[in-house]
Design a protein around this ligand. Structure first.
Ligand SMILES: [Zn+2]
Ligand SMILES: [Zn+2]
Length: 290
């Protein structure tokens, strides 16, 4: 299981279809419901767009159930909501050799260790403190024996950034720092970027439509400004092409102080979130289609 609330998203989209069909005399144009086959890689949205999912589409609307936010609440922003999510792979190459005779070889373990530490300076020293960005190394692999200097160490990690400019700059800096640090220690670097999702950036005009729709659905006191979150979603590919808004629908049980996070084995949604998602979405769609 993905354990993220996507079964709830399907239920909400079907509910929106039912509500909008029931109000069919009250709006003009067409509404296309899209179901998301692969959220956290662009491998879902891009083929759908290639197959025409956005042909003739003026606005895109999407939501994610979010358990850190109480059920009954909605969070909207006119800017960046979810970050980009790209992978980097770095091969640090030395020569291999005898662990007791390090001066006769180039040691990629030491070079890779310095690369990992140096990469942690990128967000700390090169990104403004109020921007939501992350560089994480999630995999480090190399060597076979305690007394042998390895030939190669593999590093893999992820870069998350709130906008396209920072996304490109951070990935470029990951490569530059890795190369400079490793070559300074006589190792060689092979760098590969595996592009994932772009950042989810809302159109402010569309976001205001959704904010008003949320106020109609749950009242002013239950609508808040969403802060950027460093997870990814391929709704970003839709929002790069048409103006629209991706927003958060609270799905946490207010009675549970401790909630298993998204992707946790015990993850669950408070299903009172479902009608909130349907109502907010339907109000926003009616504002566009009336
Ligand atoms: Zn997820
Ligand atoms: Zn998700």
């Amino acid at each position: 299981m993905h354990a993220c609330g996507h079964d709830g998203h399907v239920a909400i989209a079907l509910g929106v279809g039912e509500v909008m069909a029931g109000l069919r005399d009250g709006w003009r144009g067409r509404l296309r419901l899209c179901f998301q086959p692969a959220e956290e890689h662009a491998s879902g949205a891009l083929p759908m767009i290639g197959d025409g999912a956005l042909d003739g589409v003026d606005h895109a609307l999407g939501l994610h159930l979010w358990t850190p936010l109480d059920a009954g609440r909605v969070a909207v922003t006119g800017g960046s909501l979810f970050g980009s999510a790209d992978e980097f792979r770095i091969a640090v190459r030395g020569t291999g050799g005898h662990g007791g005779l390090p001066h006769l070889s180039v040691d990629p373990v030491v070079a890779a260790a310095h690369v990992v530490v140096a990469l942690q300076t990128l967000v700390a020293r090169e990104v403004a403190p109020d921007r939501a960005a992350v560089v994480s190394v999630g995999l480090i692999q190399g060597g076979q024996a305690h007394n042998v200097i390895a030939r190669e160490v593999e590093l893999r990690g992820t870069v998350r950034a709130p906008d396209q400019e920072l996304r490109e700059r951070l990935m470029r800096r990951v490569e530059e720092v890795a190369r400079a640090v490793a070559t300074g220690l006589r190792a060689e670097v092979e760098f590969e970027m595996v592009a994932g999702c772009p950042p989810v950036v809302n159109d402010p005009v569309s976001a205001e439509v959704v904010r008003k729709a949320a106020v109609e659905a749950v009242g002013e006191a239950n609508v808040e400004v969403a802060r950027p979150i460093t997870v990814g979603d391929d709704m970003a590919c839709f929002l790069e092409r048409v103006p629209g808004c991706y927003f958060l629908v609270g799905a946490g049980d207010p009675a549970r102080a401790v909630r298993p996070p998204h992707h946790h084995a015990d993850f669950d949604i408070d299903e009172r979130a479902l009608p909130v998602g349907v109502s907010t979405s339907s109000h926003a769609l009616l504002a566009w289609l009336r």
